[in-house]
Design a protein around this ligand. Structure first.
Ligand code: TZP
Ligand code: MG
Length: 217
């Protein structure tokens, strides 16, 4: 993995869309195919998120996705598995409220790896920031079926809080679709994550283009 990390400096999150994998919603396409389409549409951040797969399977997929994202100059983040993130030379790891705390993960991954933390309230946001998170997830904004260990939607209240009071990058997530993305953008979210809207699109590249048009307009 070290070939990806030798001169690794912490990657920036300066983009608009954050994409995640979810093979079960990908209309029969593999994660690899889906990631290729995302990258060819210009996506700059991809998170590998597969809750049900065995580690060996996840490892093999992540090795390929690391290669693809590296060649495209895109940021690659692995959900949940700190060991897997280190092993494949990912740019970051994303953890939830039931995972190791961010400050403990930092001890494992070092300073240059991005740590993202899913948060659902201002208190969780402040805790993640205090523990050295590089960015936080803010959501679910709307109801979503994609996350099975769901908490209820946090709605706009927490998003508005994040826009005003969160001093590190944050990613709005949960039930965001092409039809409601302008609303999220208008409230001040810079970085927006979508799972099913993108992996479940017939034509992923066209979908991303059309979402980008909405973000511009
Ligand atoms: N974290 C909060 S909601 C969510 C995650 C991973 C799933 C979002 O999926 P979708 O399909 O974009 O609603
Ligand atoms: Mg987790």
């Amino acid at each position: 993995y070290r070939i990806y990390c030798r001169d690794m400096k912490k990657k920036k999150l300066d983009t608009d869309l954050y994409c995640l994998t979810a093979e079960e919603y990908s209309l029969g396409r593999s994660n690899i195919e889906v990631v290729k389409a995302m990258l060819s549409a210009g996506i700059r951040i991809i998170q590998y998120r597969e809750k049900e797969k065995k580690m060996l399977h996840k490892y093999r997929e992540c090795v390929k996705i690391r290669e693809l994202t590296y060649d495209a100059g895109a940021v690659f983040i692995v959900n949940d598995d700190v060991d897997l993130a280190i092993m494949v030379g990912a740019d970051g790891v994303h953890i939830g409220q039931d995972d190791l705390p961010a400050d403990k993960v930092r001890e494992l991954v070092g300073e240059e790896m991005i740590i993202g933390v899913s948060t659902h309230s201002p208190q969780q946001a402040q805790d993640a920031i205090a523990r050295g998170a590089d960015y936080i997830g803010v959501g679910p904004i709307f109801a979503t079926k994609t996350k099975k260990d769901v908490c209820d939607p946090v709605g706009f209240e927490y998003l508005d809080y994040a826009v005003k009071h969160v001093a590190i990058p944050f990613v709005a997530i949960g039930g965001i679709k092409e039809h409601n993305i302008s609303e999220i953008k208008a409230r001040g979210a810079g970085l927006i994550a979508m799972v099913t809207e993108i992996v479940g699109a017939e034509d992923i590249e066209k979908k991303i283009e059309s979402i980008r048009q909405k973000l511009k307009g």
